[in-house]
Design a binder for this molecule. Structure first.
Ligand SMILES: Cc1cc2nc3c(=O)[nH]c(=O)nc-3n(C[C@H](O)[C@H](O)[C@H](O)COP(=O)(O)O)c2cc1C
Length: 328
């Protein structure tokens, strides 16, 4: 989906969520989408999609945006249903923003029919992803869908799991411990405007012009669904003196922001006092990858201070303000 049109952190006040208390009744679009999804994905009644999807509907799949027409989409649902007749799709979150609707979903089923030329394996599958729909009037004209297809193909043994099993996660963890990072706190606000956040070291610059960054957030984190619904996120690069802040945000609890000093940035994201640097980011892509979602976005505000950053290395935290720079 393209970036939401609204300012502020929450995409829009129309909320229809399993995770959050609804503050406003779901719109007709949300209700129709939910009903059509259940009929099509859970009951194989794909023709109901004719009422929801415009004849010119285009579905863009994956980061490459592979195109699929309405009929092609219906055909692929039929094929999936034949392969996984018990398929159940749960809409975990649904957020509306003007003409746009974002859906976070999770499907579970069992492989009891041929799929992509693979005979039934009887294996259980679980796939989660996100769909971003754009309405024109009553109909969806475009949908962008992102999910980790590798997860599904590996579960069915369609692609080799050799890459997954040949390198033990613990070994990979050992490699990551050799990579020095800073520590950020990624923040947003929930539907009630309350600040939320977690410690994240999976932060990287993508591009300077335009200024773009990414963060990777585990789907199991309690901040994840809130971030997924948000149009903006804040990134606070912690200073060496903020170990206590890192501990707060590496932990759990709804009261994290009661234990620190912060204030909202110009785009509404919570910014933590005393940070080494701060960014506000308008979220662009939300890419499902393994256990995490990669949030990319465009930097909309930035600041930095004369404070040494907190350093994370080998599972420990360091203050590098006293280290000597190497000659270069
Ligand atoms: C130094 C450090 C770096 C971390 N980096 C990440 C990260 O990049 N992505 C992530 O999802 N969690 C990361 N975590 C873990 C989360 O901060 C942690 O699971 C937190 O409790 C999640 O909080 P929540 O469930 O309230 O959202 C990191 C933790 C630490 C201590």
């Amino acid at each position: 989906m393209q970036e939401p049109q609204t300012e502020g952190n929450v995409m829009c006040p129309t909320v229809d969520s399993a995770d959050h208390t609804a503050t406003v009744a779901p719109s007709d679009r949300s209700v129709r989408l939910r009903a059509a999804w259940t009929a099509a994905w859970d009951e194989s009644d794909v023709d109901v999609l004719n009422d929801l999807l415009s004849p010119s509907y285009v579905r863009l799949r994956g980061p490459q945006g592979v195109e699929q027409s309405r009929e092609g989409f219906k055909e692929s649902i039929r094929a999936v249903r034949e392969a996984f007749p018990e398929l159940r799709t749960e809409i975990e979150d649904l957020v509306e923003d003007g003409d746009r609707l974002a859906v976070r979903w999770r499907s579970t089923g069992r492989h009891t029919g041929p799929f992509l030329g693979v005979p039934p394996t009887g294996r259980p599958i679980e796939v989660s992803g996100a769909t971003f729909a754009r309405f024109e009037g009553d109909s969806i004209v475009e949908e962008r869908v992102t999910f980790d297809s590798r997860q599904l193909l590996e579960a069915l043994g369609i692609i080799t799991t050799a890459q997954g099993t040949a390198v033990e996660p613990e070994l990979v963890r050992g490699v990551h411990r050799k990579f020095i990072t800073g520590v950020t706190v990624v923040t947003t606000t929930d539907d009630e405007g309350a600040p939320r956040g977690l410690a994240v070291n999976a932060f990287a610059s993508i591009s300077l012009d335009p200024p773009m960054v990414l963060v990777c957030v585990q789907r199991s984190s309690s901040t994840h669904p809130v971030l997924h619904r948000s149009s903006h996120l804040g990134i606070n690069i912690l200073a060496a003196g903020q170990l206590d802040v890192a501990k707060v945000f590496a932990g759990k609890g709804q009261d994290k922001f009661d234990r620190i000093e912060w204030s909202p940035g110009t785009h509404g994201t919570p910014l933590i006092d005393g940070s080494s640097a701060q960014l506000e980011v308008e979220i662009g892509e939300r890419i499902e990858a393994g256990s995490h979602t990669v949030f990319t976005g465009r930097v909309v505000s930035a600041s930095h201070a004369e404070r040494a950053p907190l350093v994370y290395s080998g599972g420990g935290f360091f203050d590098i303000s006293t280290t000597a720079p190497l000659p270069w």
